[in-house]
Write a protein that binds this ligand. Sequence first.
Ligand code: KE4
Length: 427
Amino acid sequence: MENSINLFNKAKKLIPGGVNSPVRACKSVEADPLFIEKGKGCRLFDADGAQYIDYVGSWGPMILGYNHPQVIEEITKVLQRGTSFGAPCDLEVMLAEIITNGVASVAKIRMVNSGTEATMSAIRLARGYTKRDLIIKFDGCYHGHADSLLVEAGSGVATLSIPGSPGVPQAFASHTISLPYNDIEAFRDTMIKKGDKIAAVIVEPVAGNMGLVKPVPDFLETLREYSLKTGSVLIFDEVMTGFRLAFGGAQSLYGITPDLTCFGKIIGGGLPVGAYGGKEEIMNLIAPSGPVYQAGTLSGNPLAMAAGIKTLSLLQEPDFYQKLEEKSAHFENGIKTAAQKADFPIFVSRVGSMLGMFFTKKEVQNFADAKTADLKAFAQFYKKMRDKGIYIAPSQFEVLFLSSAHQKEDIDTTIKAVQECLTRIKI
Ligand code: KE4
């Protein structure tokens, strides 16, 4: 395999920015991307023969670690049947059963091929169901790159400081109201004034695309209360948190029942899958049972279904989430101690196996707080950590993911590296 720099130079001639998704380009941390040869457990191995303890987890899907033998075995087995049929198969029914049994609010579900397709379709469905146009999202939340959702978005949009995006007609953006995350008053006022025109309220129940930002008490409850009052559809975007924070998702942790939920990442076990589901009354409006159109050549693809079925079945093993919680709590405490020893204040937040490290002294409760982070210090940290064999997301506006493949020694090695790297940052 050619080394990363040669591959990157070739890629830049053929692919915009040399990558197939912007945040992978490492532009905001002024580094070149590593080209990966393989993953195994909690480690990635790059084209130059180096290995890294990984906390990107392919941006969330790899909760079991890379190349899990039972997932690979299942994909290999189904591969003998073929790669795609463009017709229903038993595996789609099996994955739908697992998800609808696992997430109480989901009575019916439709498979798509990405988280973007899931949220885009859920928004269209909510608009079709309510016959309204306006939607509410929250600054710093990222719901994929559909036109109506690229407004004050997080993740790669925040990382590259793209205000919305060129190419999105003002007419589209004008139907999207973006409010500060966790700002209960702003939301309540907007719903009192415009609630009867709001088709949907879409939210990351735990925000993972502006770094890790938890919902403050009563935030999610207020979204539920006022969407019910006004007949708006409450959509939980659980593309990242679904089956990550608990088998029932963030909604089971916080005890909120949304009308629709979007999934992705983990439910595909690393293969391209998204899904949206929820109340039967709403889902039955989706073609062919109803008039709201949505389709996909590879939706319900047998290989992706097989990877998802096996992954979700392994997540149901006894104490899976308890063991992951213990490792994640150890990691969080270790990072906080490391920052104190390095005398370098950072704000650490965590829910389950999703962890944020903000390079700011502020307690981060929204996107404006997150943007006070010292991005130059973060860039130094990123590069120093990578030099020590630790692979984190190349953006302050992403999270660190732990997997069941991370062992205590991997985490302790990482904690030591955090202290050494923070000690050496020059601000
Ligand atoms: P995809 O279309 O990338 O499968 O999913 C979009 C999406 C929707 N909703 C949430 C909450 C998400 O986090 C995402 C995608 N997450 C980013 C990482 N923060 C994907 C990484 C990338 O864009 O390369």
